[in-house]
Design a protein around this ligand. Sequence first.
Ligand code: SF4
Length: 469
Amino acid sequence: MEHRPDLHLRDRARNGVQDTQMRQAIQKAVDRLSSNKAKAAQELGNWDAWREQGKRIRKHTIENLDYYLAQLAENVRKSGGFVHFVPTAAEARQVVLDICKKHNAKMVIKSKSMVSEEIHLNPALEHAGIEAVETDLAEYILQLAGEPPSHIIVPAIHKNRRQIAELFSKVAGHPVESDTPSLTAFARKILRKKFLTADVGITGCNFAVAQTGSVTLVTNEGNARLTTSLPKVLISIMGMERIVPTFEDLEVLLTLLPRSATGQKLTSYVSVINKTRNVDEKDGAKEFHLLILDNGRSRMLEDDEFRQALHCIRCGACFNVCPVYRQIGGHAYASVYGGPIGSVITPLLLNDLDFWGELAYASSLCAACSSSCPVKIPLHDLLLALRHRRAEAGYTPFLEKTAFNLWRRFFKLPAAYKFAMKMASIGQKPFVTNGFIKAGPPPLSNWTNSRYFPALPGETFRDRWREKQ
Ligand code: SF4
């Protein structure tokens, strides 16, 4: 499916629904992730108590964010690192470019970082003549394909092995087999050389620990370890909410995160970066920079209704259970943060209820997302609240507003309502087969193109009520 952030949600969703290969790949993957998660949660026991504890930690941290950010910055500086508070994406890009220029960097290696996607870092680096190489396997695949991630945990979830083999074959100049060992061996061979020659390493941050000034990275491929230990300069970029007060709190969130994300008890690698390299050490960065990004988060922090969206620990569990995500795929959201949580935070981060506020409608409000969230964010309530806010701001389409106004009038006038129902019941007759409208005229065809519409019954509730009387 083509990535088209310029289209409206309705058109992006239509494109997604028509991409059968993508839908099959996603459905297979999210089914596996969801069942792994259910098993891991059951094995741990007391899952709801763990979730409650996670919620408490996130709530406390976000309510005292100014205190913990100051503590984090102080401890990073004490360990010899540099801290940059960056208000916008543009300023974040500029800080990274300045550091790279200061060190005359020609190539940077990156471990997976959604926040670097949020600030559009790669195009800025390339524009400045600096090669940016993604080292997470899925991110590397997407970089070759020229596509953005479609899931926050499994960025290339929409691709199958055959498509990946085709991409790798183009780079190799000869056919690469599509079995997993061949694909990973090929990526490893290419990326090893990049690790050894890169000037700067760039990472995201799963959680920064305020108590010690540590940056924690949770990965399965070991690429974050190479990214943080081989280049002489290391830059970590974090959203300002990605912080925990202490290692005890980190333990709770690291119990919830991998289980919710992939069903693992622990990811293969949990790296904690505490300080720059000692003089007698052979590896590790000599210079460390931590970028703490705002980019709309302060606005969310001030908003009593939506502050809790900052509790998110980016586990992706809400994507995996969302019936809408399964059908339309991640690119239909057109935001780096898709799925239910992306539908909430994208309009808020971008401060745009008009175009991006449409994402609040990419939900059936079934509440599966809220039930799956390890820190108990009531996502479906937030999506509904966002719809209210958008409607109050006057962004409801004219046709929808008119339709609901007419509906309200019919409800107020029993005779008019009855008449309208009678007319609709007669008018639908040419389209009804076995109690369903299978191919309706526009605008009903928007519905019947993908599913049947139940026909109005010949006898209304009012008729039956009168008969019973
Ligand atoms: S909202 Fe909850 S379930 Fe969704 S990614 Fe964030 S923490 Fe995970």
